[in-house]
Write a protein that binds this ligand. Structure first.
Ligand code: DOR
Length: 454
């Protein structure tokens, strides 16, 4: 057993040589060798020697990175895997495959399953299934309140001490709207040293809403979801954290003022972190013009000025991470009148391409930035000690290879996810994950999956 708890006898570990990759997209292509799940050499004579020996050895797998960018394995701290309860839309197995294809080596699975993940038995079953499939580390998030009902706190301590070692709690999908319950949750979370992730939505302001409250919703005659419904909870919960302790994480921020408030909170020294989704960085509410449920999401797509502020907030570190809020839904729940459509969209298999498009291809940022917001900071926030690590000798081989010049078109039907509700259908992207490596095991190889469909 090494320092990262990786047992070399674990059957999913193979020795690996990755040739022709550029760590963080920098420098000349080099060779990386991996033994027992740990990086043993990067470039230099040692790596070349192993690489040439590997060509003739059965025990060593060789991956040709084809000049691609080598990143630390991506970490998504906000996904919905739908098992238990809605396995016709996603399972831990299909969600794990979608994650691996998206470049992820760890995901945090939200608690709004059926039954809700509000006790150690459900959490352990999710954790153990993730382990059994072994495509990505699946860490269950426990709910803050029993049954997501917003009234009785769950047993943070029991869930933390379970096999699943739950250290993040969220009622996501619903807001913990009652201020007194949220205060008690923060106090309890502070004592247990666990993270609380809030879905910021004052439900009294969003009853019956299905689109951003603005000009588009006005013209279409749709009931609006005002920015203030999110921002008021962002402000409230930061003030509660300031006064009662705990670590607060704010899910899927969607407005300019939410980002401004977080900036203020951080300046005050409040223990707060925040995420933004790829769809809130890229898409806007005018997509709803044909009343298509595929574009319905919670919080809703907003206006161009919001996407611009969110990009800026991610660039300057106000918003810490990109998280997908991967939300698979069946066609019968999306292709209905927009009022009745379930909110949410697929995200795992398109997120890297979107972040690369907005930040790297535009020249706004480099691959180090992508590593920071999609791997290092997410792993730090949820304290995954073997994820989001530097690409260096002695570190765990959780890695992602990206082809930065690969033009492809997103198609829901071709995704590994069981559902197909992507808002990017037919959209062209120019970067693509080609390989994902979890503790030295190749969990995704684009050349193998290309051409396969559901
Ligand atoms: O659009 C959303 N869908 N937002 C959420 O917060 C929950 C998610 C879901 O579970 O479908």
């Amino acid at each position: 057993m090494n320092t990262y708890g990786i047992n070399s006898r674990e059957k999913n570990i193979v020795n690996l040589v990755i040739t022709n990759v550029r760590p963080y997209g920098e420098g000349d292509p080099t060779t990386v060798t991996v033994e027992d799940g740990i990086i043993t050499a990067i470039g230099g004579r040692a790596a070349s020697a192993v690489a040439s020996k590997a060509q003739s050895s059965d025990n060593v797998q060789v991956v040709d990175g084809n000049g691609g960018v080598l990143l630390p394995g991506l970490v998504d701290i906000h996904v919905h895997l739908r098992e238990p309860g809605r396995e016709h839309t996603e399972t831990i197995e299909t969600g794990s495959r979608a994650a691996a294809r998206g470049g992820f080596t760890a995901v945090m699975a939200m608690a709004n399953t059926q039954p809700v993940d509000d006790n150690p038995i459900i959490a352990e079953s999710i954790y153990l299934k993730g382990k059994e499939y072994g495509l990505v580390d699946v860490h269950p998030i426990g709910s803050i309140t029993k049954g997501l009902e917003g009234t009785t706190l769950t047993e943070f301590g029991l869930m933390k001490n379970s096999l699943a070692h739950v250290t993040m709690f969220s009622d996501d999908g619903k807001c913990v709207a009652n201020s007194q319950i949220m205060r008690r949750a923060l106090e309890y979370a502070a004592g247990q040293d666990v993270l609380l992730a809030q879905h910021c939505e004052d439900p009294l302001l969003t009853e019956g809403a299905c689109a951003h409250e603005g000009e588009v919703a006005g013209k279409l005659g749709l009931r609006g979801w005002p920015r203030a419904a999110e921002e008021s909870i962002v402000a409230r919960d930061m003030l509660l954290t300031r006064d009662y302790g705990g670590r607060l994480h704010l899910c899927h921020l969607s407005t300019t003022a939410s980002a401004d408030l977080v900036k203020w909170g951080k300046e005050q020294g409040i223990n707060v972190t925040a995420e933004v989704t790829p769809h809130h960085l890229l898409l806007t509410d005018d997509l709803l013009v044909n009343y298509e449920g595929i574009y319905k999401v919670n919080p809703p797509l907003r206006e161009k000025k919001d996407t611009q502020s969110l990009r800026q907030a991610l660039l300057d570190g106000t918003i810490d991470v990109v998280a997908t809020d991967h939300a698979p839904h069946a066609a019968e729940d999306k292709c209905v009148e927009i009022q009745n459509a379930r909110p949410g969209m697929l995200g795992l298999e398109t997120s890297l391409a979107i972040v690369a498009e907005i930040f790297v291809r535009s020249g706004l940022a480099d691959w180090r930035f992508v590593a920071k917001v999609m791997s290092e900071r997410p792993a730090e926030i949820v304290r995954l000690k073997d994820q989001g690590r530097p690409i260096a000798v002695g570190e765990p081989a959780n890695l992602t290879i990206v082809d930065p010049d690969h033009t492809w078109i997103a198609r829901g039907e071709e995704m590994a996810s069981k559902a197909s509700n992507t808002p990017y259908e037919g959209m062209e992207f120019h970067s693509r994950v080609t390989h994902t490596i979890l503790r030295g095991k190749v969990t995704h190889n684009l050349a193998i999956v290309e051409g396969s469909s559901k």
